[in-house]
Design a protein around this ligand. Structure first.
Ligand code: MOS
Length: 748
């Protein structure tokens, strides 16, 4: 890969290569151990009882029946639950949520744990939990967003999005010669990673050992330590592999705290694994939204205003509001921009971050509204977006750190064959008479960086070890990060051992926000550079080295040798430098985060353009997404194979959002009636046809030292709108709710 980006650092031959996952064989052969694969000696199995009502209180539990069951050892209820140091109702950090750990008999949502049974076997604990047979005093549940009382979301931390307003909104509305005023709905969605939440907790005195999948090892250690009033260094977390996270495994959940409490109470290791049904309740979800978009254009089809008002559900006891209206702030050049967030309290578990929080839901509404605006303008949707292309961040006027969105539009359109699309809907049929439509959407997602640290050890034999508590939740971090690490020392990746996924390692930060490769990768690169710097000092000071006296030069590493920068005639193998120095390991450390001044100076986003083809049966209204082409610009791509895999996964989730996923509440009890994979639909292979991903070349000198923007989330953004717009183009019907169902089209 040509290294056109390089201003401050050099990349070796590993980055840019489509390497296969290093953990792939371990995973497909079952050698990779996930939390649920750990069953320590003397373990107790925990099964909790989820509430089957959404609001009220527990009036009885048949503890005697459960305790009498063979193999049941303990029954944990609010009546006997031991003291917990941390207040589950407190919010000690801005990322904390209130959780349910049997603090009282109140039921705040269906699926809330109301008791936990421990047993010698999983079967005994399961049967014991069934025998508890709770009875309830039920209050009418509030589960309908359309009947809830909205309030203004007060900004002030995670899950309480800030509103924003730039320019004269009223003037923008008045200046419009054409406008749209539309409301789009999105449904509640639940994270359904392949691996459900699980934990194996064991105490050794006041030391706590956890096997638990987490997207954030050190943050989790701190949270668990504070709940149990032990020093953070007393908590170790082993989290080598996650079977998916999607945001749900970023913060500790109530059931995990209960399992740890149970382990302390019994003096035995405790293992808990949530069932699929239990994933609908205490583990976060993507909250439903109702988004009103008012757009206006002038004679010239330039946007005079984007006015985006998002109402989102949250729980009765905590705040997480989908930051959906924020999606309108970074994208189109409009004379005036406003984002407003309103909330409504329902008897549901607290929502949380779920893959592309904010942008996934927000762009679904925005991109459809843009399509409606283009229709009103009599313009091709792509032409309309290009007309309103933002060269600087709308509102703030800040430059983009880089923005290859125009290339995404043009290359994606070319690949898809967008030219020749009829402007009017319901013009195309395929050879089988199916209505055919083409739609598009724009994607954007911010490029956050967090904080990470890493350690690099160069060994006398020329191999290296890199360590950081990074997280591979399936995205391929163990591979992409090893590629960056190897490049920092100029070694082939096979000479690099990479340790991650354990809290004893340097803090690898958070796998979230699409920022993990940039952040942990930056730390690894810095650690490798520290080794090279030290190695250079050693060689320059050593009269026996060909590099002797080059102390003022900088050094670079290639193929296991150290070179004077710019002078290929002077070099020496690492192993020789180290062996003359006694053969000891050379250890370097590094960290990465974004300097606040860069963050303030530039607007930083990944971008993309998604083109969709759908076919709709004119009589049955069945929808098939027959083609999706996504073109994305996300800075430097470390591993094209894994990046494509992330982007394809995003496109597939876009299909899921547009056509499948929706949790339904029973209006009487408030339960989610489709809390399993029979009733909660996600796309299967038959739903996924021709998908194609292009990554557009993009050099970003500002976003971070490595030029990485991240690819974990952007694939879902834009896709939902593209599919909705394609359905309109096929049928002539605007369906303003997601998922779009057969009955919506039949009624249209
Ligand atoms: Mo993510 S929703 O930042 O794991």
């Amino acid at each position: 890969m040509p290294d056109t980006l390089d201003r401050t650092i050099r990349f070796g031959s590993n980055s840019g290569q489509p390497m296969t996952r290093r953990d792939g064989i371990a995973k497909v052969t079952g050698a990779a151990t996930f939390t649920a694969d750990n069953t320590p000696d003397n373990v107790l199995h925990a099964v909790y009882v989820p509430a089957t009502i959404a609001r009220g209180r527990v009036t009885s539990l048949d503890v005697a029946a459960a305790e009498a069951h063979p193999g049941v050892t303990h029954v944990l209820t609010p009546a006997n639950r031991p003291h917990l140091h941390g207040d589950p109702e407190a919010k000690p950090t801005m990322f904390s949520f209130r959780i349910e750990v049997l603090q009282d008999d109140t039921v705040r949502y269906a699926g809330q744990p109301v008791a936990m049974v421990l047993g010698e076997t999983l079967e005994a604990a399961t049967e014991g939990a069934r025998l508890l047979a709770p009875t309830y005093e039920m209050a009418p549940p509030r589960v309908d967003l359309d009947r809830a009382e909205p309030y203004d979301v007060e900004p002030g931390g995670f899950g309480r999005p800030t509103g924003a307003s730039h320019g004269d909104i009223d003037a923008g509305h008045r200046a419009a010669v054409k406008s749209v005023d539309v409301t789009y709905s999105t449904a509640p969605q639940y994270h359904n990673a392949m691996e459900t939440h699980a934990i194996v907790a064991a105490w050794d005195g006041d030391k706590l050992h956890l096997d638990v999948p987490t997207q954030a090892l050190s943050m989790s250690c701190a949270a668990y330590a504070s709940f149990f009033d032990i020093p953070v260094e007393n908590v170790t977390i082993n989290s080598p592999y996650l079977g998916g996270g999607f945001g749900s495994k970023a913060v500790p959940i109530g059931p995990n705290i209960l399992a740890i409490l149970a382990a302390r109470m019994t003096g035995r290791p405790v293992k808990l694994m949530l069932t699929r049904q239990q994933m609908f309740g205490p583990t976060g979800h993507r909250g439903a939204t109702r988004q009103r978009l008012r757009l206006g254009i002038d004679e010239d089809a330039s946007l005079t205003v984007i006015d985006h008002d998002s109402l989102s559900e949250t729980s009765s006891f905590d705040d997480f509001h989908e930051p959906a209206a924020g999606a309108s702030q970074g994208l189109y050049a409009a004379g005036a921009l406003r984002s407003v967030h309103r909330g409504a309290r329902l008897d549901i578990g607290t929502p949380g971050a779920m893959r592309a929080p904010g942008e996934a839901s927000g762009s679904a509404a925005l991109e459809c509204a843009m399509d409606e605006m283009a229709e009103a303008a009599g313009m091709d949707p792509l032409e309309f977006r290009l007309k309103n292309y933002a060269e600087t961040e709308p509102g703030t006027g800040r430059p983009y750190s880089s923005k290859a969105l125009r290339d995404c539009y043009l290359q994606g359109a070319e690949r898809f064959g967008w030219a020749g699309r009829p402007l009017a809907p319901r013009q195309m049929r395929d050879e089988n008479g199916l209505l055919t439509g083409w739609g598009m959407g724009t994607a954007l997602f911010p490029c956050p960086m967090f904080m990470a640290e890493a350690r690099a050890t160069l060994r006398a034999d020329g191999s290296a070890l890199f360590e950081t508590s990074a997280v591979d939740m399936g995205q391929g971090a163990l591979t992409a990060l090893a590629q960056i690490a190897a490049d920092s020392l100029g070694l082939p990746v096979d000479n690099v051992e990479f340790r991650a996924g354990h809290s004893s390692l340097p803090d690898g930060g958070v796998a979230g926000g699409s920022g993990h490769t940039a952040t942990a990768g930056g730390a690894l690169h810095a650690a490798g550079s520290d080794v090279i710097r030290q190695l250079g000092e050693m060689a320059a000071a050593d009269p026996a080295s060909p590099l002797h006296g080059a102390g003022n030069a900088s050094f670079v590493a290639r193929h296991g040798r150290l070179y004077v920068d710019g002078d290929d005639s002077r070099s020496e193998p690492f192993a020789d430098i180290l062996s003359r120095a006694g053969g000891a390991d050379l250890v370097g450390s590094g960290s990465a985060s974004r300097p606040p001044e860069t963050a303030a100076q530039y607007a930083m986003y990944s971008h993309g353009a998604v083109f969709a083809e759908v076919k709709v049966d004119p009589d049955l209204c069945q929808v098939q997404v027959t083609r999706l082409v996504g073109a994305f610009a996300a800075g430097r791509i470390i591993n094209p194979k894994l990046a494509d895999s992330q982007l394809l996964g995003g496109l597939i989730w876009g299909i899921s959002f547009a056509l499948h996923e929706e949790a339904h509440h029973d209006p009487v009890t408030g339960r989610i009636v489709n809390a399993d994979f029979a009733g909660y639909h996600v796309p299967v292979n038959a739903d996924v046809r021709g998908l194609e991903v292009l990554t557009v070349h993009e050099d970003d000198p500002h976003v971070n030292l490595l030029g990485i923007k991240g690819v974990g989330e952007i694939g879902i953004v834009g896709t939902v709108g593209a599919i909705g717009n394609a359905i309109w183009h096929a049928t002539g019907h605007r369906i303003r709710r997601f998922p779009i169902r057969i009955e919506d089209l039949l009624k249209a």
